[in-house]
Design a protein around this ligand. Structure first.
Ligand code: F6P
Length: 317
C-alpha cells in the first residue's frame, strides 16, 4: 500500500506527531508513505517528498507541520479530478491521509468521495470547531500555550494592580477555544463572537472584580466584533487602565501537549488500520470519549455553538 499525506488549511500542534506515527506504522508494516508539499495545490502538481524518519522523530513534538500546507481551493478547479487521478496513478498512490480543519474537511471530503479517491482524514485545528467530532487535534496545545500566557499576566497583574487585562486568543469565527481557555484559567469574563454583550455590563463587572481582587482578566476570541472600540471605551466607562495581549499565531505554533501527542498517535493508528482494511472514506473522530473511525464524509452543518451555560457561569450572569 502507498499513502500520500496531505496537510490542508491551518497547521496545528500534533500534526507532526501524527505524521511520524503514521509513517512509522506504515513503513514498519511494509507500506510506502510520501508527503505532499503545499497541500492539495502541491499534490495536484505532483510535489511529493519522501519522509525522513530521523527528521520526523526529531520534530514530532513541535508545532507547525513538517509538510507545508495550503489554503488554496484548488480542488474546485474543473480539471482537479483528472489531475488528482493522474498524480495518484503516476506515483502508484493507493490512498490519502488528509489533515484539515472545518473548511478543508467540509470542502475536500465530498469531492474525494465523488471522485473515488480513497482517503482517511484527521480533524486538525486549534479551534475545535468541527461538527461530527468532539475534539480536533491541536486544541489542547493551544489552550496550554494560553494558560502559560495567563500565568505571566497574573504575575505582573498582581505586582502592579489596578488594571484590566484582556487576553485575545485565535479561534476564527468560533469561540470554543476562548471559552475553554477562560474556563481553565478562571477568567473573570469571556467574550465570544457567538454571544452579544453590553459594554456597560462588562465595565461594571471589571470594576467590581478589580475592587475585590486587584485586577480583572478578560479572555476574548479574535473575531469578537468591535474589539478596537471595546479597548478604547472600556477604560473610559470603567475608569480602569486596560492592557491587551494578543496570542496570535504563536499560539497556533505551540509545542504539542502530552494529550495531543497521544491523540495524534492513536488517530494515526486508526487511520492506518482503516486504510489497510480498504476503507474508501472516513474521518477519525472523538465521540463519547473514544476515538472512532467515522465512515464517509463529515456533517456539512456547523458545530453547535459554544456551551452557553458555561459562558454565563464565567461571566457571572
Ligand atoms: O486554523 C485556524 C486558525 O488558526 C484560526 O484560529 C485563525 O483565525 C486562522 O486559522 C488564521 O488563519 P491564517 O493562518 O490564514 O491567518
Amino acid at each position: 500500500m502507498k499513502t500520500a499525506i496531505v496537510v490542508s488549511g491551518g497547521d496545528a500542534p500534533g500534526i507532526n506527531a501524527a505524521i511520524e506515527a503514521f509513517a512509522r506504522l506504515a513503513q514498519d508494516g511494509g507500506d510506502h508513505v510520501v508527503g505532499a508539499q503545499d497541500g492539495f495545490a502541491g499534490l495536484l502538481e505532483g510535489r511529493l517528498t519522501e519522509l525522513d524518519r530521523s527528521l520526523l522523530s526529531r520534530l514530532s513534538g513541535g508545532g507547525g507541520s513538517i509538510l507545508r500546507s495550503s489554503r488554496e481551493p484548488v480542488l474546485s478547479q474543473p480539471e482537479a479530478a483528472e489531475r488528482l487521478r493522474a498524480v495518484m496513478r503516476a506515483n502508484d498512490i493507493d490512498n490519502l491521509l488528509v489533515f484539515g480543519g472545518d473548511g478543508s474537511l467540509k470542502h475536500v471530503l465530498p469531492l474525494l468521495e465523488r471522485w473515488g479517491a480513497p482517503a482517511v482524514a484527521l480533524p486538525t485545528t486549534i479551534d475545535n470547531d468541527v461538527a461530527g467530532t468532539d475534539y480536533t487535534l491541536g486544541h489542547d496545545s493551544a489552550c496550554n500555550y494560553a494558560l502559560q500566557a495567563v500565568e505571566g499576566i497574573r504575575a505582573t497583574a498582581g505586582a502592579l494592580p489596578g488594571r484590566i487585562f484582556m487576553l485575545e486568543t485565535l479561534g476564527g469565527h468560533t469561540g470554543y477555544l476562548a471559552l475553554a481557555i477562560a474556563h481553565a484559567s478562571g477568567a473573570d469574563a469571556v467574550l465570544l463572537p457567538e454571544y452579544e454583550f453590553e459594554l456597560d455590563w462588562l465595565a461594571q463587572r471589571a470594576r467590581r472584580v478589580v475592587q475585590r481582587a486587584g485586577y480583572a482578566l478578560v479572555a476574548l476570541c479574535e473575531f469578537v466584533p468591535g474589539i478596537d472600540s471595546i479597548v478604547e471605551e472600556l477604560p473610559r466607562r470603567s475608569g480602569i487602565r486596560l492592557r491587551y495581549t494578543a496570542l496570535g499565531h504563536a499560539q497556533r505554533g505551540a509545542d504539542a501537549s502530552h494529550y495531543d501527542r497521544t491523540v495524534a498517535r492513536d488517530m494515526s493508528r486508526l487511520a492506518w488500520r482503516a486504510l489497510q482494511d480498504g476503507l474508501r472514506l472516513g474521518v477519525v473522530a472523538l465521540q463519547d470519549g473514544r476515538l472512532t473511525m467515522r465512515e464517509g464524509t463529515m456533517p456539512l452543518h456547523d458545530k453547535a455553538p459554544p456551551d452557553y451555560d458555561l459562558y454565563q457561569q464565567i461571566n457571572g450572569l
